[in-house]
Design a protein around this ligand. Structure first.
Ligand code: C5P
Length: 237
């Protein structure tokens, strides 16, 4: 498959057209940003690791009843996906208080939530992905009520698959962010990635952070943490 026109370049990925109108190629970059692009760096091997982790998880999510955009991994840093238009609503699922949730609500990081919390943000670099609710998304034409019902249902299916999957590999899934897209026929599918860039992973024994917070918070050992997560995700039980 050959790359065509660059359709979109984000902070961590590029999306290319292909000769097949229903397919795109996604290229994962080593670039890392935090605090809405204020902090920037390269993380060696990150693109390949996030590509590999996503390529390992998405087919299993598909099996678990979550349709995704993923078709196949093409190379270290590329995957073939079904073409979607991204719905500009980022969906965050939280099991344990951390990050912006802890800050906003004054809840200590590490506080276990009595049930998963689904949050929605408007996907806008210019605005720093502000928190919204589903009424906002409908009123501004970003998604229909039916799509939002489906998105919540799929996000909770992802949650139900991933929590025990990671627990079996010695990892607590603290929270994660999903993006959804529409196929040409309007079907809502899981898009984007699931990786240490988009999830918080804490070691089950030590609570050591194994995700992008090592970069955000200057904890060091960023590459090692990403490699460790790849090893755990792909571990055969
Ligand atoms: O920063 P916050 O606590 O809201 O992040 C919640 C989760 O969503 C974290 O796992 C973080 O990595 C992810 N996230 C993301 N992209 C964003 C915002 C948050 O992947 N733009």
């Amino acid at each position: 498959t050959t790359r065509g026109e660059l359709k979109y370049e984000g902070k961590a990925k590029r999306v290319y057209a292909t000769p097949h109108p229903g397919e795109y190629i996604v290229e994962y970059k080593d670039d890392a940003t935090a605090f809405n692009g204020v902090k920037k760096a390269q993380i060696g091997g990150k693109g390949a690791i996030n590509n590999a982790i996503t390529a390992h998880l998405f087919p299993q999510l598909e099996q678990a009843g979550v349709p995704t955009h993923f078709i196949e991994r093409l190379s270290d840093t590329e995957q073939r996906v079904r073409a979607v238009t991204i719905i500009p609503v980022e969906v965050i699922v939280r099991n344990v208080a951390a990050g912006s949730f802890s800050k906003r609500l004054g809840i200590e990081e590490g506080t276990v939530l009595a049930r998963p919390v689904v949050e929605y943000c408007y996907k806008s670099d210019a605005l720093g992905d502000p928190l919204i609710n589903t009424d906002t998304a409908v009123a501004l034409g970003w998604a229909t009520p039916e799509e939002l019902t489906r998105i919540r249902e799929l996000a909770l299916k992802v949650q139900a698959f991933l929590v025990p999957y990671f627990a079996a590999r010695g990892v607590r899934l603290i929270d994660f962010k999903l993006e959804f897209g529409r196929l040409a026929d309007g079907t809502v599918v899981l898009a984007d990635e699931i990786s240490p860039d988009t999830c918080r992973f804490w070691d089950a024994e030590t609570n050591e952070k194994l995700d992008k917070d090592r970069f955000r918070r200057d904890l060091g050992g960023v590459e090692d943490a990403y490699s460790e997560m790849l090893a755990r995700v792909t571990r055969e039980l």
